[in-house]
Design a protein around this ligand. Structure first.
Ligand code: NDP
Length: 318
């Protein structure tokens, strides 16, 4: 009998069908079955679960689970809900996701560098007023996070001629293609990166260390007139402090793709704030086809070698 792999998700029906179809196509030697369709005997067989926002109570009903493959790159919920169980959690690392995210970072960097929020406001006021042009080489973009997504974004920005700086937890050698990137690490490095950046881009995971990391002190350390993009996770930014920095005119604009609560509640002041662009968590979507190919590779490597793919460090939170 082909191996049974459980699919556990809280997605709408079309999205779930697209993932199951892509995974079944990439792993024809296995049976990918949604959890709801598994009998108790079948649940007892399952060694691998592929998940997208799973119900932790369902995961608990798979007694032989050897590892969990996430279809998302961000795993803070899995770490919170399942970390204590000690089952390795493998997150999605997909070059296509990184490419899509890097494209979004470049697109919204251009939006800010070319003063589009200001021109929008001028148009609303019927105001014809050219603003000074600031070339990419004179526009510093500071990336918070230099992992799979931050590295792809750094390449894209550097190729487009922007001055790039990046901040990560640990120092690491940069590839030759990123020698021009100014690298900062640790608590001491953050204010230095914030002070030089015209645009700060958050591509950090949500962990105990990064929750609430960007608040009044950090916004105060940013240049007057600087802008923020948060494409990592909502709770990394203290929303009230961000609104205060925008209202005071210290920050010029924020492009937000992620929020404390998603969908963003209708009453949130972020919806109507003139200094905020709200995106519905779209900057780095998982592509079912490319994700399925990566998951298939991970499953086959495990079957052939017994080696579980590199898993999230639960203590570190990412
Ligand atoms: P990685 O794990 O590859 O990279 C994380 C980076 O953050 C690393 O450079 C890491 O440092 C750094 N980091 C983590 N904690 C700290 C800290 N306390 N201080 C300084 N730096 C820190 O993750 P990815 O690049 O793949 O993804 C990043 C996040 O992007 C995801 O966790 C997810 O939340 C979010 N995301 C958002 C999407 C969207 O659509 N908006 C889509 C996909 C992901 P070091 O290199 O030293 O380990």
């Amino acid at each position: 009998m082909p191996e049974l792999i459980a699919f556990l998700a809280t997605l709408d029906a079309d999205e779930e069908a697209a993932f199951v179809s892509a995974l079944s196509g990439a792993l024809p030697e296995a049976r990918i079955r949604p959890f709801a369709g598994l009998s108790a005997a079948q649940r007892a067989e399952v060694e691998i679960a592929i998940v997208a926002n799973p119900d932790p109570a369902e995961v608990a009903l798979l007694p032989r689970l050897a590892w969990i493959q996430s279809l998302w790159a961000g795993v803070e919920r899995l770490v919170r809900d399942l970390g204590a169980r000690g089952i390795p959690i493998v997150r999605l690392v997909d070059p296509e996701l990184a490419r899509t995210m890097a494209e979004a970072v470049l697109a919204w960097t251009y939006y800010l560098q070319r003063d589009m929020p200001a021109y929008r406001r001028q148009q609303e006021a019927g105001l014809w007023r050219p603003l000074p042009y600031r070339p990419p080489a004179e526009t510093a973009v500071g990336l918070l996070g230099l992992g799979a997504l931050g590295t792809a974004a750094a390449h894209r920005l550097a190729q487009a001629g922007f001055r790039v700086a990046a901040w990560s937890r640990s120092p690491k050698p940069l590839p030759a293609s990123l020698v021009a990137v100014e690298a900062f690490t640790g608590a001491a490095g953050l204010p230095r990166l914030l002070a030089l950046s015209d645009i700060v881009v958050c591509l950090l995971p949500l962990t105990a260390q990064t929750r609430g990391l960007l608040g009044a002190t950090q916004f105060g350390a940013m240049k007057a007139g600087a802008a923020l993009m948060n494409f990592g996770r909502g709770p990394i930014v203290v929303t009230d402090d961000l609104l205060a920095a925008l209202d005071a005119g210290h920050l010029s604009h924020a492009v937000l793709d992620v929020f404390d609560s998603e969908p963003l509640p209708p009453a949130s002041p972020l919806w109507r704030h003139p200094g905020v662009t709200v995106l519905p968590h779209v900057t780095g979507p998982t592509n079912p086809r490319t994700a399925a190919a990566i998951v298939a590779h991970n499953v086959r490597t495990y079957r052939e070698t017994g080696r579980i793919p590199d898993a999230v460090d639960i203590g570190r939170g990412y």
